[in-house]
Each structure stands twice: as structure tokens, then as C-alpha cells.
Ligand binder design. Structure first.
Ligand code: PR8
Length: 468
């Protein structure tokens, strides 16, 4: 893919996912096809979250007094908040923020809900729109001002250890989720200067995009007791003492869909993992004159059989040349195509065509086994897509031990560099500035030797890249 940016821009339109012409910068329209992908993506996520969390829905507006309470948090967001100042013609007594995220909307309520340790833990999530007045270059799904698909989980615990456990549980949920979607990632602990405003620390998932820059696709934050102290979230413990609760929050956005598109797309267009594909199988009847009834009778039955067995199958009966239909559905990323012509019916066979490999296979048609066969192929497609995407992420992650190589490698090859680092903020920021790169974060690893930049003793393995 020569120009990823252009490709990404075009595919949203060509595959009918989004219309980016909405007359407000950073806000776009979800079209029916895009919306279906979004729906199946959320379904996969919710199935994972629902095992141990409950869904809620909080209002979109936050009074200024609540948003302003947590000083570090508000400082982190002050440049990005949209404000409502009027109701009709009247100035409001207190201006209201469109939530940039929901800590300051939820936590005053948590304070009312939590009384004793019996009220804990709280583990809730919501999928809402949030608003951030981003000043960097906006792009549909990747950096938007209305995040239309903000899935945020918030938890409250009695002990620090439980909050720590929840951070790990959150990371596991996101790993499983990204694995299901065949989205590759690297996990690291964000440096102090890049953690979520108000958190103790932030764990982040980054994916290497086709152009070599990384995209942050999810974050898990340990909030410690900072917000509990600000919003007075206290519980009475067994000894009758009042203690501040420990909190975590984690979130994903429309970027998941962007990473899905980016990880698997190619020159032919979109490529969707079966779990989120609006159509998992597209059936193309090859219609010749006089044989129309025979073919359609066959393909109608096949379509119904697949549907009855939970496979999202669709038939394209339009009066177009088969080649045009192939092209059309390849662009839209359908994982598997089945072609059936009169001669195939005579031979009792059908043609299967995989979007991921382009492989074409003639198989004997058997009503008893076709559902299993299709399911097996769909599973294999997911597996192959995952392996291919993971391989790309691994091959684009380079271990480097000389300072000169950092900039050279990133400029030439893109991707993620790993090297030894002392961990000091001063040294990290010095590197970011000198090389025009970003420190993504650190990973737990045994390191010896010295920091690649300042030659002090190395404490961490650090991940470095150019970022979106
Ligand atoms: C939190 N509070 O807010 P976070 N466009 C698209 N995606 C975005 C954008 C944007 N402008 N900004 C952020 N994201 C915490 C956790 C509740 C939930 C995506 O965390 O500020 C990024 O992928 O890190 C980010 O990882 C995720 O939203 C959560 O946002």
C-alpha cells in the first residue's frame, strides 16, 4: 500500500462505511455498512465485558463544578472541552461540559452509591459518544472530535490489590477482544508525562499502522485513590473506619474500527474478519439464459441453509457480470465467496473463493456437510488473518542498541524500536525532542547495561515510535 492515508480516506467511502462530508470538522456519519461492522464489533466486546461487568448509561452533560474538581484531570482536558453556555436564549447559571470522558460524570454518583464495603466492588461500563476538541489533524475514526463509540469501563474496589487485579483483568479482556478481531498490538506502560490525567499509571495497546506509525487503540488506567479523594468515594470497613476506595477505568473508541480496517485492508479494499463482517458469505449465482431457475433454486436453498445455521450469508442476484460482483464484494471485505453456475450444479460442485488468500477451491456439494465446511473455512480465515497481522507487527518491531540507530531505523523502516532506557523523564523527553519520536512506554523485562541515551544504568526496555 503506497499511500496509506489516502487509501484509508478512500476506503471509507468506497466500501460505504462512513461519509466524512458532515459539515463539522472531526465528525462523520456512520453509513449502514459501517454501522453493522460497528454493531458486531461492540457485540464481541460486550460479550467479554458482560461476564464480570454491568452496562449503565450516564448523562452526556457535566456541570462545570464537577469537571473542575479533580485538578490534574481537568488540566489534562481543559483545552479539549466543548461547553454549553446557553439554553435557548438564556445564559445558563452554570456552564455544562459535553463529556470528554465520564469520570467526573460518574464519580459524584459513585460517592452516593458507596457506603460500606458491601457496596463494593462496582464494575460498570457504558458505550457512549464523547467530545474532545482535538487540535491535532483530525481523521475519521482515528482522531475525531465526536468519539461516537466510546466504550468505557469504570470500577471501584476496597483494596489496592483488587484494583491492580482489575487492571490485569481489563488488559486480558482487551487482549481477547483484539485477538478475536485479529488486530495486533504491543502493550506498554506509558511514561509519567503521557499517562491519563489523574491516574497512577496507564497501560496502553498500540498497533503499528501500514505506514509505520503507531496508533493507540486502547488504554487501561489505575486511578489509585486520587478520584476517590476528590469525589469523596468512601466506604466503612469491617473495623468501622472510613476508607477511600481504589479505582480503575479503561476505554476503547472508534479507533478499534480504524485498526481493523488498517490491519487487514489491501489494494482490493477492505478485508473483514468473519466475526464483524456484515456478510460472512456472499453467494454469486452465475446465471445463463434458460438455466436461471435451476441455479437460483439451488442458491436460494444454499443461502437459507447457511442462514438457518447462524452464518451471515447473502446472495447477489443483481443483473451484473459476475466479475463486477466479485470486485464489488471483495472491496467490501466479505471473507468468503461462493460461486454457483449451471455446470457446477451438473457436477454437484460449488466454487469457494477466500478473500484473505484469493484461493479458489472446487468442492463437492453435500447438504449435510456444507455448514461445517463453511464454518471451518471461516475459522481458518480468522486464524490466517491473525497470524498475518501479528507477523507484520513483530517484523516491524526492532531491537536496537545504538543511539544513532533509533532515528535511522524509525525514519527508514517505521514501526516500533525497543531499547534500554534509564526511565528518567528528563532523558525520555530529551530523546523525544532530539529524534522527533514518541516514547510509547516500558515493558517488564530483565535489562542490564546502560541507557541508550544518557548511559546511566538502564531500568527498562522501552518502546519508541512515531505516533498518530
Ligand atoms: C480515558 N476514561 O478516557 P483515554 N478519537 C478517537 N479515539 C480516541 C480519541 C479521539 N480523539 N481520543 C482518545 N481515543 C479513560 C478510559 C474512561 C475510559 C481513544 O482514556 O483518554 C484511544 O484509543 O486514553 C484511547 O486509548 C481511548 O480512546 C480511551 O481514551
Amino acid at each position: 500500500m503506497k499511500n496509506f492515508s489516502q487509501w484509508f480516506h478512500d476506503i471509507l467511502e468506497e466500501a460505504e462505511l462512513m461519509d466524512a462530508r458532515y459539515p463539522i470538522k472531526g465528525m462523520s456519519v456512520w453509513l449502514p455498512r459501517g454501522f453493522q461492522i460497528r454493531k458486531y464489533t461492540l457485540k464481541a466486546l460486550q460479550e467479554l465485558l458482560d461476564k464480570d461487568h454491568e452496562e449503565v448509561l450516564f448523562p452526556m452533560l457535566i456541570p462545570e463544578s464537577e469537571l473542575a474538581k479533580e485538578a490534574i484531570h481537568v488540566k489534562g482536558f481543559e483545552e479539549e472541552v466543548y461547553w454549553i453556555t446557553k439554553g435557548g436564549k438564556r445564559e445558563l447559571n452554570e456552564q455544562l461540559a459535553l463529556r470528554p470522558t465520564s469520570e467526573t460524570s460518574m464519580y459524584p454518583m459513585f460517592s452516593l452509591w458507596v457506603r460500606s464495603h458491601m457496596d463494593l466492588p462496582i464494575k460498570v461500563y457504558q458505550t457512549v459518544n464523547t467530545f474532545r476538541y482535538e487540535t491535532k489533524h483530525t481523521r475519521p475514526l482515528i482522531r475525531v472530535r465526536e468519539i461516537t463509540t466510546f466504550n468505557e469501563t469504570h470500577t471501584v474496589h476496597a483494596t489496592e490489590a483488587e484494583a491492580e487485579e482489575e487492571v490485569n483483568a481489563g488488559i486480558e479482556i482487551y487482549k481477547n477482544f483484539f485477538d478475536e478481531l485479529a488486530i495486533p498490538y504491543s502493550i506498554s506502560k506509558r511514561p509519567e508525562w503521557d499517562k491519563f490525567p489523574g491516574s497512577e499509571y496507564t497501560m496502553a495497546f498500540d498497533m503499528i499502522m501500514p505506514d509505520g506509525k503507531t496508533l493507540q487503540i486502547g488504554t487501561v488506567h489505575n486511578l489509585g485513590t486520587t478520584f476517590a479523594k476528590t469525589f469523596d468515594i468512601k466506604f466503612e470497613n469491617d473495623e468501622g473506619e472510613h476508607e477511600y476506595a481504589y479505582q480503575t477505568c479503561y476505554g476503547l473508541s472508534d479507533r478499534v474500527i480504524a485498526s481493523l480496517i488498517a490491519a487487514h485492508g489491501d489494494e482490493k479494499g477492505l478485508q473483514l474478519p468473519p466475526i464483524v463482517a456484515p456478510e460472512q458469505v456472499i453467494i454469486i449465482p452465475i446465471i445463463f439464459k434458460q438455466k436461471e431457475d435451476i441455479v437460483l433454486n439451488f442458491t436460494d436453498k444454499l443461502e437459507q441453509l447457511l442462514k438457518d445455521n447462524g452464518i451471515r450469508a447473502r446472495q447477489d442476484k443483481r443483473d451484473l457480470r459476475p466479475g463486477n460482483k466479485y470486485y464489488y464484494w471483495e472491496k467490501r471485505g466479505v471473507p468468503l465467496r461462493i460461486e454457483v453456475g449451471p455446470r457446477d450444479i451438473d457436477n454437484n460442485s460449488i466454487v469457494l473463493n477466500r478473500r484473505d488468500t484469493g484461493d479458489k477451491e472446487f468442492i463437492d456439494y453435500d447438504e449435510e456437510t456444507i455448514v461445517d465446511t463453511v464454518n471451518e473455512i471461516l475459522d481458518d480465515i480468522t486464524l490466517q488473518m491473525k497470524e498475518k497481522a501479528n507477523k507484520f507487527q513483530q517484523e516491524k518491531t526492532y531491537s536496537v542498541d545504538k543511539l544513532e540507530q533509533v532515528k535511522k531505523t524509525i525514519n527508514k523502516k517505521g514501526g516500533i524500536i525497543t531499547c534500554n532506557w534509564c526511565g528518567s523523564t528528563e532523558c525520555g523527553k530529551d530523546m523525544e525532542e532530539k529524534f522527533d519520536i514518541d516514547i510509547l512506554g516500558t515493558q517488564e523485562a530483565e535489562v542490564d547495561g546502560e541507557c541508550i541515551n544518557c548511559q546511566q544504568k538502564a531500568q527498562y526496555k522501552v518502546l519508541i515510535s512515531k505516533t498518530y
